[in-house]
Write a protein that binds this ligand. Structure first.
Ligand code: CP
Ligand code: NVA
Length: 298
């Protein structure tokens, strides 16, 4: 059986804790892993734009002694000339690992099914597991694990994976969304197997006594047609200094980035002293090294 990371829905607290510990170890002793993936190749398949995911996987693979290949809109699968079945089989004859950023979660599931090499989800419309693993690593480093994490905004891919990761780490999790934008019930049900999850429509209620306040964009990639409606529906869900003032005084602010300043977060909060967004972004590099090593049984 190969080890994929399609999402955290089918992972366990043991997996999440193991990857976070390994991420912290790889960050501390970077040079011990310089040849760990010598001569290995990672195929990076992107249907959507990226800054952090591409950079962190490509740099990570280089630092581990391997090589990353960028596969974008010019591939046959992207232009509709080749199907997922053939593409997955062909990639498996060349690369040792696949990372995919896709519109539909079913595409990453299909890749994992047909490829004989491990597949890592670099964001789908349902989950963003690499982000959540970097996030709980960051929270552990900054605050420990006996914490309350509050997510304010859209019950989206980032919220789904973060909820699962926090619950599996033993962190309390509250999420405030407008009524129509609640997280998927299957995710909430799964997360509740491991920890306390509070759903509310009140940002103030969610952030009360929180150690971490987290938000993400109101319009995710692929949802551009809903932009106007979403901008109206999310009014009142901005993380600004007023809302931060209702969390613990030493609370940290997190965002997966990219951020739309002035919408889901004010400029003063994201660029202010409570913000840890760049430490969070850097941890993508470290935790994804841990994920790739784990996928390859190392
Ligand atoms: N957070 C994140 O995945 O960023 P990119 O879209 O830049 O990869
Ligand atoms: N929810 C956002 C996250 C981007 C990293 C999106 O899917 O576009």
């Amino acid at each position: 059986m190969k080890t994929d990371l399609v999402g955290l829905m089918d992972k366990t607290p043991e997996y999440v804790k193991k990857i976070v510990e390994k991420g912290i170890e790889v960050k501390k002793n970077k040079e011990n892993y310089f040849d760990a993936l010598h001569r290995k190749s990672l195929l990076m398949f992107f249907e959507k734009p990226s800054t952090r995911t591409r950079l962190s996987f490509e740099v990570g693979m280089t630092q581990l002694g391997g090589h990353a290949i960028y596969f974008g809109r010019d591939s046959h699968i992207a232009s509709g000339h080749e199907d997922l079945y053939d593409t997955a089989h062909v990639i498996s004859r060349f690369a040792d690992l696949i990372m995919a950023r896709v519109y539909s979660h079913s595409t990453v599931e299909g890749l994992a099914k047909y490829a004989s090499v491990p597949v890592i989800n670099g964001l789908s419309d349902f989950e963003h597991p690499c982000q959540a693993l970097a996030d709980v690593m960051t929270i552990k480093e900054k605050k420990g694990t006996n914490v309350k994490v509050a997510f304010v905004g859209d019950g989206n891919n980032v919220a789904h994976s973060l909820m699962l990761a926090c619950a599996m780490m033993g962190m309390k999790f509250s999420i405030a969304t407008p009524r129509e934008y609640a997280p998927d019930e299957r995710v909430v049900k799964r997360a509740r197997e491991f920890g306390e999850i509070v759903l509310t429509n009140s940002p103030e209620e969610a952030v009360e006594n929180a150690d971490v306040v987290y938000t993400d964009v109101w319009v995710s990639m692929g949802e551009e047609k809903e932009k106007e409606k979403r901008m109206r529906d999310f009014k009142g869900f901005q993380v600004n200094s007023g809302l931060m003032g209702k969390a613990k005084p030493d609370a940290i602010f997190m965002h997966c980035l990219p951020a739309l300043k002035g919408y889901e977060v004010s400029k003063e909060v994201i660029e202010g002293p409570q913000s840890v967004v760049f430490d969070e972004a850097e941890n993508r590099l470290h935790v994804q090294k841990a994920i790739m090593l784990d996928c390859l049984g190392l």
